[in-house]
Design a protein around this ligand. Sequence first.
Ligand code: HEC
Length: 221
Amino acid sequence: MKTTKKLLILAIASFSTVVVASDYKGDRSKFATEYKNIVIEPQWVDSDTIELVRPLNVRRWVYLGAPFTPHALNGNKANFPEFHNVYVQEEAFQHYRDHGVWPEGTMMAKELQLVDRAVGEEGVQKDGSRYEPSGRGYFPGKVNGMDVAVKDSTRFSESKNWGYFNFGHHAPPYKVSSVAASIGECAGCHIANADEDMVYMKMYRPLVEPLELPEALKITH
Ligand code: HEC
């Protein structure tokens, strides 16, 4: 191998060591490589890293809800003016229903979806709303970014067992992998404000709990 190539590889390797250190100081030899209650497991670029490979097909997971903070209600400069579509693996969802806790290896994916059409475009009102046969409102348009949160106490004990990853705040294609963001960037706000185990459960609870079955059906089940 040519020396220049070797040097390049060394440079990349030492750079990734610095990045991986982040503010997470866990013992890398103890990082989880498998998650016993999870089928679609988090994939790490290497087993001793906190660099997550973007999970594929999250749109096929269980849909938890779509909090929404439009520009019109945030002085026209909302940080996240999109619908925040939140998905979780099916087996994590079932585990939560059965035990009331998210298992190790849970991934919450949040895909951002812009309001369809902007102010100034045809038919759009000053507050960004417009009309559909259902009424005046905000309707989902193009997708615009992907965030993921992973529960892994071996990697993220410093931030209450969850790590946070940003795969780009823009139209696809999204990044293929991402190193855990610093605690200040993401986890800090979840630590301070989320109502249950780092997740804003109060927003999703109505979709997480099973629908009551009618009395007649209960007897036969
Ligand atoms: C200033 C506070 C704040 C910061 C900083 C923040 N979040 Fe959140 N996050 C929220 C709130 C509030 C929700 C739930 C409602 C919503 O989506 O608006 C949420 C929801 C999420 C969800 C859906 C699951 C859940 O916990 O409800 C993911 C995934 C997520 N955030 C990832 C991230 C990532 C990745 C970063 C850093 C790039 C980040 N967050 C930074 C406040 C924050």
